[in-house]
Ligand binder design. Sequence first.
Ligand code: SF4
Length: 713
Amino acid sequence: KRLEELNVADTTCGYCAVGCRFDLYSDGEEILAARPTDEEDAPVNGISTCVKGKFGYDFVNSDDRLTTPLVRDENGEFREASWDEALSRVVDGLGSITENHGGEALSVIASSKATNEENYLIGKFARQVLGTNSVDNCNRLCHSSTVAGLAQTYGYGAASISTDDLGIADCILLTGSNTTEAHPVLATRIKQNVREGADLLVFDPREVQIAEYATQYSRVKPGYDAVWINGIIRHIINNDLYDEEFVRERVTGYEPEGAVDHDSADDREQRVDERETGFEAVRAAVQEFTPEVVEEVTGIPHEEIVSAAETIAEADACVFGWTLGLTEHSHGTENVIAMANLAAITGNLGKPGAGVSPFRGQNNVQGGGGDMGPLPDNFSGYQDIADDDVRAKFEDAWDCDISEEYGYYTTQMFLAADNDDIRGMYIIGENAALSEPGVNHAEGVLEDLEFLVVQDLFVNETAQYADVVLPACSFVEKTGTFTNTDRTVQMVKEVMEPKGDSRPDWEILQDLANRMGRAWDYDSTAEIMEEVNSLTPLYGGVTHDRVEAEGGLQWPCWDEDHPGTERLYEEQFNTDNGKANLLGIGYSEPAETPDEEYPFTLTTGRVLYQYHTGTMTHREEGIMQYTPSDFIEIHPNTARNHGIESGDMVEVESRRGEIVVPAQVTDRVGAENVFVPIHFAESAVNRLTDEEHLDPEAATPEFKVSAVRIGPY
Ligand code: SF4
């Protein structure tokens, strides 16, 4: 068919959080084409999209797409059911746990693939209908340490920049980010800027593709990021290379005459409690990171620390970008605070081409995963549930009592289930059976729950443990908004009818809420957004009409007249005194370090042609040809010592489990490290990772450091 004869919707990509916009074409049955929106209507990506945004739509019509609810029969097998029967089972299953153990025995995992409006309702459903604050999302597994670190220092736990800043920065420091594969369109922007003369500094355990463009690539030892960052800060401060004017005017605790006393504590938890605030606390805390210490701990030569420090200090505007290599640690928040300290002392905030940019992962993890408040400690807009006035506002609007006690974070829910503190879960669009750390443990928890509801597009690995599976819609079958990695809220539009009897998440939640004694009456997601506007100052002016008319709006957007915020902190920080609250930090060892028994450090990550646990991309025939399985990257010396060649099957074992994957022998990884992607159930790398050692502030697991041993299979 000709394009003019097809349905078309200008919409936002449902894969990663770059937030590319394009026109999707459908004949009502399937997606037939994706064509970049006109450049001026696509502020983030212009005319670029990556392979997933262009071709990744076979999953919508996949033969195994869920089109009707499923319930367990008397033999424990799934059988198809009507919506009425399935929802009655959910009401009975969740209701029985509430009756016997209280609503706090239930938890909800929200979906960063769902729209903002749906995620707002998930938080409301948990608190108002189920009576639990244990509602969380995949943000816990990735950037919650970013949120904790940036919120403490600057006030907002989000990127300060607009995507355009990546194209005009004089210097970009990337760490823990395989940008080319995980955020392809951002990588294109960065590479273009480098071609035009910008400096690019890449600090990463793997020599990732974008390092080919770098002015400097430094191989870091996984788990020790605060050490090299503090080493750079020390060189900048001790050589008076910091931005004195910015520090004097916009940073707390600056004493022009020099350092204050600082007793560095060895114990991490003690240090969290005793963290000292202000520039002088940072000056004092970094003194232990001498060239000798940094080189000994991280292996990074002193000259590389000096050259990076001087490149950053000389740049007029520098962006500090990172992803999960910095955050997925038992001390990820400390790493982020160190990065926040570095950006602030060099005056790289609140001006064009400068700022901090945590590249978010899933399409709507910024909005759905955080802004909309499916969180155990915050309502929408990061409003603290422990604040009496805030809680009263939501209790009044939602006509319910809400406990001031924080609920469990996702990672804690799985540990709490061991003690029967959590007995039932409602998991929406999250394949926890593969994505949680310590999959062997997570599987046991899911198996033992008294009641599990899964709402998804497929009977994925998590749904296989469910009592009831509810068929949801994909982003091409519904309308709402997503918020991308630079805080831009953009429209998502329905281009085809929901498949079979599947329904948008918000409609399912509304039906359930009403069956459980509430009177929800939303006719559209625009109406839900109006409720968000009224309760959420950050999103006060973000209406569907405006987002549609303006092509996107960046928060904070306080009211209908506010233009949105291109760049945070131009005038002041979002702190009590308007200044950046820098924090003096040392560093903490990873929870598990390699030893004789398990001599290699395993890191995990993504590849371009796959997406997360593969529920969408495994159903794309073309995409599967490029990366049909996970693999293990092994350094040539290691491979030689173990008699392994590329293509050989390798057994990888940690203290928590083992997997078998084909080898890729490459010097992209260091001799002490190995790397495995996260995309396939048959080689689920999270069987090797650790569910117990979590960041003390953000509860993020340590996906990026696991001690393993390897051998031919
Ligand atoms: Fe979609 Fe991300 Fe690719 Fe853009 S870069 S098309 S948002 S997956």
